[in-house]
Design a protein around this ligand. Structure first.
Ligand SMILES: NC(=O)c1ccc[n+]([C@@H]2O[C@H](COP(=O)([O-])OP(=O)(O)OC[C@H]3O[C@@H](n4cnc5c(N)ncnc54)[C@H](OP(=O)(O)O)[C@@H]3O)[C@@H](O)[C@H]2O)c1
Length: 258
């Protein structure tokens, strides 16, 4: 077991990529706190973690609400006494051209994808520094590295999150803490499902045509599935990745070669 007796917190762990990471961590021996807004999903995943023989905690978290972030971190610390692994996975994809993008869309996107992960990291960093040990993994995006037309708030938030990740990695490199990002391309989750519908409406295509058009752009000609992120997250959370820090690793079917 690569994560025996570690304590992890996975934000957005109720579904999609976060759920797969939470379950993989539990299979590797970690206790896992799962946090998001939809408590039915969060509690279901916490139940799955317990069924794997590990402790879990279902935590209500709304990254647009700063007090909710502080409260979630406090609850996890109270239950487990420490957090060894923080996965900042929760995120939203917003749409809208710059000319008429409303400010609230911009603010909410940055709050969830950039400021929220900063505040959650800040809330849990002190106890990692005290113990001289920690792993921080941020789920970013290909859009953290290249622009995405009509999705500028998302791309800006993800670019910002990569800058934050790299800066923090340098800050804590000598303190036993690694900080990395995983950058998905197009992944079969709820986020992509609703995105396909939006792209289809914008391009005047059917969702099926849109899905096929994007699939053709992926060198491996298939969408990534959520479970594929779990082995890499386990590696980045484990002692095996001792010398890997400040990295933004693409996992996208060869879409962006960097
Ligand atoms: N799917 C893709 O193609 C793709 C591509 C590139 C990057 N990514 C990134 O991968 C990560 C996971 O996305 P996914 O594809 O697994 O999407 P998903 O299935 O929609 O899951 C997103 C998770 O984030 C949580 N979340 C959203 N808003 C939140 C808020 N205000 N506070 C707390 N939690 C919130 C959601 O829970 P609640 O709604 O219940 O709060 C959910 O658990 C995201 O950071 C996303 O940007 C995904």
């Amino acid at each position: 077991m690569k994560l025996a007796d570690r304590v992890a917190l996975v934000t957005g762990g109720g579904r999609g990529i976060g759920r797969e990471i939470a379950l993989a961590f539990a299979r590797e021996g970690a206790d896992v706190a799962v946090a998001a807004r939809t408590m039915a999903q969060v509690e279901a995943v916490a139940g799955e973690v317990r069924a794997l023989g590990r402790r879990s905690l279902a935590v209500r978290l709304d990254l647009t609400d700063r007090s909710s972030i502080r409260e979630a971190a406090r609850e996890v610390m109270e239950e487990f006494g420490r957090v060894d692994i923080l996965v900042n996975n929760a995120g939203v994809l917003s749409k809208g051209g710059v000319a008429d993008l409303d400010e609230s869309t911009w603010d909410t996107t940055l709050a969830i994808n950039l400021t929220g992960p900063f505040l959650m990291t800040q809330a849990l960093l002190g106890q990692m520094l005290e113990r001289g040990k920690g792993r921080i993994i941020n789920i970013n995006s290909t859009s953290g590295k290249i622009g995405l037309p009509y999705r500028s708030a998302y791309a800006a938030s993800k670019h910002g999150a990569l800058g934050f990740m790299k800066s923090l990695a340098n800050e804590v490199a000598e303190k036993g803490i690694t900080v990395n990002a995983i950058c998905p391309g197009l992944v079969e989750t709820e986020m992509w499902d609703s995105s396909v519908k939006n792209f289809a409406a914008e391009m005047g295509n059917t969702p099926e045509e849109t899905r096929e058009m994007f699939r053709q752009r992926i060198p491996v000609k298939r969408y990534t599935e959520a479970w594929e992120f779990a082995p890499l997250a386990v590696y980045l959370a484990s002692d095996d990745s001792l010398s890997v820090t400040g990295q933004a690793i693409q996992l996208d079917g060869g879409f962006l070669q960097s």
